[in-house]
Ligand binder design. Structure first.
Ligand code: SF4
Length: 678
């Protein structure tokens, strides 16, 4: 392993004379102006070129640049035109290829596999500028044009499809993306250190086919006999024929995501081809993290996008600060363990403060830092000391099913960081929009962080992710039991009362996760009834590549215990589960009615206050199916008004309104109104 050695002039290039200056070359003209005849690397990416450390292509390119390599960017090439890949000429060392910040299929399609109408990573938000499976398409394009230039693939799409995997959009079991793309090497995880090692090796004259020894990479070979301590996984063909074997293979992969304990994994394919995954790169040190975030990013999209109105994604991140990487939360539906690992890596306070000072000088800065976080905002140090030398546990989670006795719960560092940020001149408010892990928060015997979170860092409403309320489903999700969430809600309410605040709690909920049948969806609906509110949005479970939940969805087994799991695949049942969460919405009446009858829960249809909906006759008798046929409307109206006042004051956001019969608007808000406003 080498450590990153970054010598570039850290800081922002603010005094530039031409619009493109400061950005990496995107054209021959840019290269000529910079006196570059040939680039070392050409980075082909499915996103617009945004030179900001929230974008993978910007980070990798700037890191390579800081190590003395010349990098150019081809953003969103026309994949129907081979010449689009050669606009910067043949690179001296390699092409780097990534789909962008998201998997291209997640970017293009909703969970119902319908084409999305907007792409936040494309100028003007226009759809259609990137192909599905972009990594494969771009790499094949390059291979057609340049047969002998090494191709290195990376980014989230390549990282999470690095071994055989289930592809939801084609409903098929796919090979490692390394094979389909015809690339030479795959860099998984965040990739900075691996890319520098690859660059140095190629520059030193080592053939790409000999790069079989680098941590954080995946390569293919005909002869795996030299793989030291390798674990032989079931073959692709075997897994395709028997889903049980895929579930077993995935669990082995899951247990090998730590750099201390991870072993090389060997996946056989027909014709004596083997895909070998080397163990992950060790976590970056704070010094390395600081160096990466101090590189001279322009912190903006390329000026050539201006005429289309820019790149929408920048709005979300422009005034947000990344404080950490990695997550030991271990939610089953999240692939972060596979991508960034479980060990937390942090930037120093000074590095974050320096970036914040820079933001306060931006003419568009209004005094609000929108976020200080990462995958989980309140994880600012490793979950225990042991893992730093021995790795994270392979057979237990840090927080699930209950916090590990070795878990180090401490918010002092984060608290101190937030206090320093609040004290910066020009900063009016510091919000936390990244997820807060509430079970970790509750495990802290010191309430100071929770109190200051409520006092200073909530933007009108705090979003948290219980995801469900049925313990059976929560167990499959790797989330804490319902009782923990209820404790959190009670404490949040108390703190609000104590501080004279009336801030709301927005719970994210997910329907149709493996383990959730209609029975569990009704359980959730009854919880919401007792709470007296209806969520504005519901996330249907989305089987994205390389999550435990996706493996459950595909195989019907939980890889952790190999027990069968109920999986809702039927679109109509999915619609019923979703409708139950929003049972008050008149449009959902028929679906809710059908679900309750099907489950023998007609006791929830009627006029009693425990009922979710009224009988059909009563609704039809009212002569208007759009009229809300629910209980608790009066309470909802009252709380809705109170919340509207509160939320508008603090956030400027407006709620969604349903028009009632008679033209009166009824506010529906996704907040814990009863719990927080009573
Ligand atoms: S000992 Fe506990 S806290 Fe440490 S890695 Fe293992 S499960 Fe996590």
């Amino acid at each position: 392993m080498i450590t990153l050695r970054i010598f570039a002039d850290c800081g922002t290039r603010s005094e530039k004379h031409t619009v493109n200056e400061g950005f990496l070359p995107i054209s021959r003209q840019d290269m000529e102006e910079r006196g570059i005849e040939q680039l070392d690397f050409v980075y082909v990416v499915g996103d617009a070129y945004v030179d900001h450390p929230s974008f993978g292509h910007a980070i990798i390119s700037r890191v390579l640049e800081a190590h003395g390599y010349r990098v150019g960017i081809i953003s969103q090439p026309d994949w129907k035109d081979d010449s689009s890949i050669s606009i910067l000429g043949r690179p001296r060392l390699a092409f780097l290829v990534a789909a962008g910040n998201m998997d291209s299929c997640v970017n293009h399609y909703s969970v119902s596999r319908k084409r999305r109408s907007m792409d936040a990573y494309t100028p003007g938000g226009e759809m259609g500028h990137r192909p599905d499976h972009a990594t494969v398409v771009y790499s094949n394009l390059i291979r057609r044009r340049y047969r002998d230039v090494p191709i290195i693939i990376g980014g989230i799409e390549a990282s999470l499809r690095r071994m055989a995997h289930y592809d939801y959009w084609s409903d098929s079991f796919k090979r490692s993306i390394l094979l389909d793309s015809q690339a030479d090497l795959l860099s998984y995880g965040m990739g900075e250190r691996a890319l520098v090692e690859i660059a140095d090796a190629l520059a030193g004259g080592i053939a790409v086919s000999d790069l079989t020894y680098l941590a954080g990479t995946v390569y293919k070979t005909k002869d795996p006999s030299g793989v030291y301590q390798g674990i032989l996984l079931p073959s692709y063909e075997e897994m395709k024929a028997d889903k049980t074997l895929y579930a077993k293979s995935f669990q082995i992969q899951y247990q090998n995501t730590d750099s201390c304990t991870g072993k090389p994994l060997i996946e056989p394919y027909p014709n004596q081809v083997y895909v070998v995954q080397n163990p992950p790169q060790p976590p970056l040190t704070t010094e390395e993290m600081d160096q990466i975030y101090a590189l001279p990013y322009m912190r903006a999209y390329h000026p050539s996008y201006e005429e289309k109105g820019g790149v929408p994604a920048i709005a979300e991140i422009k005034f947000s600060l990344i404080s950490n990487r990695g997550c030991f939360g271990g939610c089953s539906f999240c692939a972060l363990t596979f991508h960034q690992g479980r060990t937390i890596q942090v930037r120093s306070h000074e590095s974050i403060l320096e970036e914040a000072r820079l933001l306060t000088k931006d003419p568009d800065f209004k005094g609000y830092l929108h976020d200080v976080g990462g995958p989980t905002a309140n994880f600012r140090h490793p979950s225990c000391e042991k893992q730093l030398t021995k790795g994270v546990c392979q057979n237990r989670q840090c927080l699930f099913p209950s916090p590990c006795p070795n878990l180090k719960v401490d918010h002092k560092d984060y608290l101190e960081l937030l206090r320093k940020l609040r004290a910066l001149p020009g900063v009016k408010k510091v919000f936390i929009r990244s997820g807060i892990r509430f079970d970790y928060l509750l495990a802290d015997p010191d309430d100071t962080f929770f109190r200051e979170l409520v006092e200073y860092h909530v933007s009108g409403q705090l979003k948290v992710a219980p995801e469900h309320i049925s313990d059976a489903v929560l167990e499959r999700m790797g989330k804490p039991p319902r009782a923990v969430y209820e404790r959190f809600v009670a404490k949040y309410r108390k703190l609000n009362e104590k501080l004279g605040k009336n801030q709301f709690l927005v719970p994210y909920l997910m329907s149709s996760h493996p383990g959730s049948a209609l029975k569990e969806a009704i359980e959730l609906a009854e919880y919401l009834r007792d709470l007296g509110y209806m969520p504005e949005q519901v996330q249907d479970f989305y089987p994205t590549p390389s999550t435990l939940s996706t493996v459950m969805y595909y195989t019907g087994l939980d890889p952790r215990d190999m027990k069968p799991v109920y999986v809702c695949r039927n679109p109509h049942e999915k619609a019923m589960q979703r409708a139950l969460i929003q049972y008050r919405n008149p449009r959902n009446y028929d679906l809710v009615y059908e679900a309750l009858v099907k489950e023998g829960r007609t006791d929830l249809i009627g006029f009693d206050k425990k009922c979710l909906i009224r009988p059909k006759k009563a609704v039809q008798g009212a002569g208007n199916m759009q009229k809300p046929s629910v209980h608790g409307t009066r309470l909802s109206e009252k709380a809705g008004r109170a919340q509207k006042h509160q939320a508008s004051d603090l956030t400027g956001r407006k709620g969604t309104h349903l028009k009632q019969a008679g033209g009166k608007k009824r506010a529906i808000r996704n907040v814990h109104k009863k719990k927080t406003s009573s």
